[in-house]
Design a protein around this ligand. Structure first.
Ligand code: NOJ
Length: 770
């Protein structure tokens, strides 16, 4: 994704490759026969391919309609030098390119079109961190089913999702793209996404191939600096960072993307331990691996490979099948070097064949040889599809997390007749959507101001004032798509706008403040050193809060922010994240009680930047918090987070009781059933996420104080009580031990807690005996 206009210009030249000659192949070649097994078709096709054609299948190029002309790509397609294109989102252009590949190239091998379909394609859903906040795996699956439907109609048959990087440092901008800090929740969401994208069969209508990324450890970047090296112990890797990836493999994910960064000094894209030992040998992954953009070439930049040829040899040998290259023709490591490497015997033909086989298998698996083209009419029906928009609204309602609701200010009383909506994000179509919203129609996104106006009864005055403006001090790489933001206000405008907003608040009965971050403040290349609210937003909040009006704070953002000041002064706080195209409507639904908040934090919320990294599943120290004097603590601020992992309020309340285990003592390998009663103790209907945490008290290695090992959603009418059953099987009780350097399931006493967040107090225990 890192491209400059200059680079693209020289690319153009490089891509206007040589003339081509199209050779006829027998029309009825075996590999076109869909009744044959895929391996036979691949055998046949490969027996006809030249070495150059094979290398071409490993080559993936970006195509940016904004800066490139299709003619730049055509010669390479005719010559069979390109196996895949990414970033083409117009079905007519896709069909144009595909026609050349399947009609004019010698072997007529269709192209695989890929794109970052991360949280929607034409319809933008909440960002992944928000979707994870729903803790609703069916919802996540349904959302990705729609995203797959929209993208595949357009001819995109491969998405670079799900992003499965565990992230425990909100300074890292890409925390917005994943499911948060927890391996158990992350694994459940990972599998749901794979099912949503691929269905039972990625070749079936409306489905596409998923690509789990970024394999692996990218979220552990030192200091939260994007692309920075990660140092992760084997125990952490197996117990924390890898489980979501393994869950995706178990769910049948078709491809994987190697990460950019160094993992324990070996770049992930040249890392045979990850790509071969773990992925293929331990997990039996049968799909293909693509590098992240230019990650093969960058093995040189990392100070790992000697030159691009060395980089190509080492990436291929480690297990990277396809190279995603920026379209320079200069930096392309595979296409420029593999033939030479084979001649010099630094890479074998067998290695090349293995990679090509995997790529071709994927093309057959998604049915490209039978259905290479986009359905342009169907693709058109995917714009503003009302059913999809409806789902986007539901998803946004279910992804929001209610953090605070003093005096039950929410849901709002319909009595308020003048409402001030204040803040730089309150009327921003761009920001309601979030990172990776690249193929939608931004105009159709609904802002908070619009959502509120559509919600309130007639006669209610809704007025808007931004109050302050915000900006990144360093431009985002995504400005390539949307252009730069308008310049910041000047010295006169700034104070004027601030005062206007405070005045509006003063003259209104209710204030809804919408604060947070621009969409490009999270995502790729969007690390930041603090989690403070950018610009003068906190000052504005203070000035407005001082008026003593009923005030609701709605947060639009892609990472937890420092709201410590607000949590003692602002009565109601709703974390909406970047909720997607229907965000404004969903927020209004929640504020006025047409929907009830059901979200729970998929991440521990720090009080301030100084607590980072902070996550709940940490080990005990010799000075546990329960010990008088508790010397582990910071002396200046509490050690506890602002909000614990799993936290989220409802408009009703829930009580937990009667926690029991099926056996006080179980044998190694036996399962233990945990049951608990959950009751709606409030006066409104609601939905709770009952969460099960365990702690293994002793073993060959120390275990975290708490680990999530089960959860279930419960819908309850007022006063209703239901029994929730969760199972702790061998898998949940097994971990990778640094002491034995392997997986262990050990006899020990286990603590069990069940409740509405990771601070749950209802406790029991059981033993695992030999
Ligand atoms: C780079 C990003 O790291 C990756 O997540 C994305 O899929 C590729 N660019 C393609 O856009």
């Amino acid at each position: 994704m890192i491209l400059t206009r200059r680079l693209l210009a020289c690319v153009a030249a490089a891509l206007l490759l040589t003339n081509t000659v199209a050779f006829a192949i027998p029309e009825r070649a075996t590999y076109f026969d869909p009744s044959l097994p895929i391996d036979k078709r691949v055998d046949d096709l490969m027996s006809r391919m030249t070495e150059d054609e094979k290398i071409g299948q490993l080559n993936q190029l970006f195509y940016f309609a904004q800066f490139m002309k299709p003619e730049m790509i055509d010669p390479g397609l005719r010559e069979g030098k390109i196996g895949s294109l990414l970033f083409v989102t117009d079905p007519a252009t896709i069909n144009r390119f595909q026609k050349i590949a399947v009609e004019q190239s010698r072997l007529k091998i269709p192209l695989l079109f890929g794109f970052d379909v991360i949280h929607g394609f034409r319809t933008i859903f909440p960002v992944p961190l928000a979707l994870a906040s729903s803790w609703d795996v069916d919802l996540v699956e349904r959302v990705q089913t729609i995203a797959a439907r929209e993208a595949s109609a357009t001819g995109i048959r491969w998405t670079f999702a799900p992003m499965l990087d565990i992230a425990r440092d909100p300074r890292w901008g890409r925390i917005v793209e994943g499911a948060g800090e927890d391996p158990f929740l992350g694994a459940r969401i990972a599998a749901a996404q794979v099912r949503g994208f691929q269905g039972q069969d990625p070749a079936s209508p409306g489905r596409l191939l998923a690509c789990m990324k970024h394999f692996a450890g990218y979220g552990a970047a030192a200091g939260g600096r994007d692309y920075d090296a990660a140092y992760i112990s084997d125990a952490e890797l197996y117990n924390v960072y890898l489980p979501p990836f393994q869950a995706a493999v178990d769910a049948g994910v078709g491809s994987a993307m190697s990460a950019y960064m160094d993992l324990n000094d070996v770049p992930a894209t040249g890392n045979a331990f990850l790509l071969h030992d773990v992925l293929r040998k331990q997990w039996g992954f049968k799909g293909f691996v693509v590098s992240d953009a230019d990650a093969v070439g960058n093995l040189v930049t990392h100070g790992f490979a000697e030159d691009k040829a060395d980089a190509a040899a080492r990436a291929l040998t480690a297990g990277v099948d396809m190279e995603m290259s920026i379209p320079s023709g200069i930096s392309n490591a595979y296409s420029n070097n593999l033939a030479k490497l084979i001649k010099e015997k630094r890479v074998t033909t067998a290695q090349l064949d293995e990679a090509v086989r995997r790529v071709l298998e994927a093309k057959f698996k998604v049915g490209l040889f039978e259905n290479p083209y986009a359905d342009e009419a169907r693709a058109a029906s995917m714009h503003n599809n009302p059913e999809h928009r409806k789902m986007a609204r539901i998803a946004a309602q279910r992804s929001a997390v209610l953090l605070r609701n003093e005096g039950n200010l929410l849901p709002l009383d319909p009595k308020f007749s003048s409402i001030a909506v204040i803040g730089p994000l309150a009327d921003s179509k761009r920001d309601i959507r979030g990172s990776w919203s690249l193929a939608d129609d931004m105009k159709t996104a609904v802002t908070v101001v619009e959502g509120i106006r559509a919600k309130v009864r007639s006669g209610v005055k809704v007025e808007y004032a931004p109050g302050v403006d915000i900006a990144r001090s360093y431009p985002s790489l995504f400005e390539l798509f949307f252009g730069p933001r308008p310049k910041l206000w000047n010295e006169t405008q700034g104070p004027e706008e601030f005062d206007k907003a405070v005045k509006l608040a003063r003259s209104s009965e209710l204030v809804v403040m919408v604060l947070g971050q621009h969409e490009e403040m999270s995502g790729e290349g969007a690390s930041q050193s603090t989690i403070e609210l950018p610009g003068r937003q906190r000052e504005l909040l203070e000035a407005v809060s001082a008026l003593g009006k009923p005030t609701v704070l709605v947060l639009i953002n892609g990472r937890p922010l420092d709201i410590s000041w607000a949590v003692t002064r602002v009565p109601a706080i709703l974390e909406a994240w970047h909720p997607g195209a229907e965000g404004g409507n969903a927020i209004a639904d929640l504020l006025w009680g047409d929907a009830t908040p059901v979200g729970k934090l998929p991440i521990t919320w720090p009080r301030s930047s100084g607590q980072i990294p902070i996550y709940y599943a940490r080990n005990l120290t010799q000075e546990p918090e329960s010990k008088p004097g508790f010397k582990s603590r910071y002396w200046d601020i509490p050690t506890s987070p602002l909000y614990p992992f799993g936290y989220g309020l409802s408009y009703t309340s829930f009580g937990y009781s009667n926690l029991r285990v099926s056996k006080g003592t179980a044998k190694l390998g036996e399962s233990v059933e945990v049951t608990v009663d959950v009751e709606n103790t409030g006066r409104r209907a609601g939905e709770e996420v009952a969460q099960l945490y365990i702690h293994q008290r002793s073993g060959s290695a120390s275990r975290p104080t708490r680990e999530l090992k089960g959860f279930e959603r419960v819908v309850l009418a007022p006063g209703e009580k239901k029994t929730v059953r969760l199972t702790l099987g061998k898998r949940e009780l097994t971990y990778w031990s640094s002491a034995t350097r392997g997986w262990v399931h050990e006899p020990a006493t286990f603590d069990v807690w069940v409740g509405g967040d990771s601070n749950a107090t209802l406790h029991t225990e059981f033993q695992i005996a030999r």
